[in-house]
Design a protein around this ligand. Structure first.
Ligand SMILES: Nc1ncnc2c1ncn2[C@@H]1O[C@H](COP(=O)(O)OP(=O)(O)OP(=O)(O)O)[C@@H](O)[C@H]1O
Length: 321
C-alpha cells in the first residue's frame, strides 16, 4: 500500500472538516478524491502532503509513519490549482528547480529535464517563459516539475480546475496516459464526477468530511452506497419511491408486467439521446432513450405509456418521508 490514512480527524476551530477518515491508496494506482465543494477533499490531500497536521490519526507513506514528517521528507510531489510557476525562469529551469536545489550534477539534470519535457510534450517549449505558455501547457509544466524529483506519490489538487472544458478533456486523457507510462501513485482532487470516472481507477467519495464510498468507477456508479453517492455520480430520477438511473428505465406503449402508467410531458432531443419527461403517479420523472427508440414509439406529449426498470437496473429505495 502506498498511502494508508487511518482514523484521521481534523477540525478548523470548532468545525470538523475530516471525521474518522481512513483510506488505502494502492501502490501505482490513480485515485480520485471526489465530492462536493467544502467536503474536505483538499484538506485530506494536504494532510497526506504534510501541509496540514491531523488532530488525531495517522498517515503512512510506503510503510513509513509520515504523520509527523515535514512535507519535504515525505517524498511526495504536489501540484495545486493555482500553480505558481517561477515567472522569471524558463520552462527548463522551472522543471530543473527541484534537482538544482538537490545539487544534482548538471548533465544528469539536463538529461532528466529533457526526458520529462518530452513526456509532457513540451520539449519545444524548454526556452520559453511561463507567461508564453497556454494554461494547459503550464499545468503540464507543473506536473513535469513535480515529477522531476521522482516522488513516490503525486498529489494533484484540481489540477485542471481553472481550464476551459476542451483543454480539461484533453489533459484528462493525457494524465491517464502519462500515469500508464510512469505508474507513480497518484491522488487527485476533483468535484467533477465525469473527470473522476474517466481518469481514475479508484474513486473515494468524500462529503461532509466523511468517506461515503470507495470503489472502482463502475462500482461507485453501478452500486452506490446510498442515495447521496448515486446522485453525485450521475443522473438519477425517481420512480415509485425508487432512485434509478434514467437510462435504466424501459418505456413501452402497451401495458407490461411490473410497469406503471406514465404520461409523456415533453420530449427533448439532445443529439443522439432523447430525454423523455413524464409524470408518473403524480410526480415528475425522466427517462433517457436513444433517438431511434423515441422515433419508433413516436413519443409525443400527452401519450400514456408504461415505464419499468430495465432488467438488471440498479435502484435505491428512498425512505418514505
Ligand atoms: N485553513 C482553514 N481554516 C479554516 N477553515 C478551513 C481551512 N481550510 C479549509 N477550511 C474549511 O474546511 C472545509 C473543507 O474544505 P476543503 O477545502 O478541504 O474542501 P474541498 O472538498 O476541497 O472543497 P473545494 O472543492 O471547494 O476545494 C470547508 O468548509 C473550508 O471552509
Amino acid at each position: 500500500m502506498a498511502i494508508e490514512v487511518r482514523d484521521v480527524n481534523k477540525s478548523f476551530g470548532t468545525t470538523p472538516v475530516l471525521r474518522d477518515v481512513s483510506i488505502d491508496v494502492k501502490s501505482g494506482s490513480l485515485t480520485a478524491l471526489l465530492g462536493p465543494s467544502g467536503g474536505g477533499k483538499s484538506t485530506l490531500l494536504r494532510v497526506i502532503a504534510g501541509l496540514e497536521q491531523p488532530d488525531t490519526g495517522t498517515v503512512r507513506i510506503s510503510g513509513v509513519d509520515a504523520t509527523r514528517l515535514s512535507p519535504q521528507r515525505r517524498n511526495v510531489g504536489f501540484v495545486f490549482q493555482h500553480y505558481a510557476a517561477f515567472k522569471h525562469l524558463t520552462v527548463f529551469r522551472n522543471v530543473a528547480f527541484g534537482l538544482e536545489i538537490r545539487k544534482r550534477p548538471k548533465d544528469e539534470i539536463r538529461k532528466r529535464v529533457m526526458e520529462l519535457l518530452e513526456l509532457v510534450h513540451l520539449e519545444q517549449m524548454a526556452d520559453r517563459y511561463p507567461s508564453q505558455l497556454s494554461g494547459g501547457q503550464r499545468q503540464r509544466m507543473a506536473l513535469a516539475r513535480a515529477l522531476a524529483v521522482e516522488p513516490e506519490v503525486l498529489l494533484l489538487d484540481e489540477p485542471f480546475g481553472a481550464l476551459d472544458a476542451q483543454v480539461r478533456k484533453e489533459l484528462r486523457t493525457w494524465l491517464r496516459r502519462l500515469h500508464d507510462e510512469v505508474h507513480v501513485t497518484t491522488v487527485f482532487v476533483t468535484h467533477d464526477q465525469e473527470e473522476a470516472i474517466e481518469v481514475a481507477d479508484t474513486i473515494v467519495v468524500l462529503a461532509d468530511g466523511e468517506v461515503k464510498q470507495v470503489g472502482s468507477p463502475a462500482e461507485v456508479y453501478d452500486n452506490p452506497a446510498d442515495p447521496f453517492v448515486m446522485r453525485f455520480l450521475g443522473p438519477v430520477t425517481e420512480i415509485g419511491g425508487n432512485l434509478v438511473r434514467p437510462h435504466d428505465i424501459e418505456i413501452s406503449a402497451g401495458p407490461v408486467e411490473g410497469g406503471t402508467a406514465a404520461t409523456v410531458s415533453r420530449v427533448v432531443r439532445l443529439g443522439f439521446e432523447v430525454r423523455v419527461e413524464l409524470t408518473v403517479e403524480g410526480r415528475d420523472a425522466w427517462v433517457q432513450v436513444t433517438r431511434g427508440f423515441a422515433e419508433q414509439l413516436a413519443l409525443t406529449p400527452g401519450d400514456v405509456v408504461n415505464v419499468r426498470p430495465a432488467p438488471g437496473a440498479r435502484s435505491l429505495t428512498l425512505a418514505a418521508v
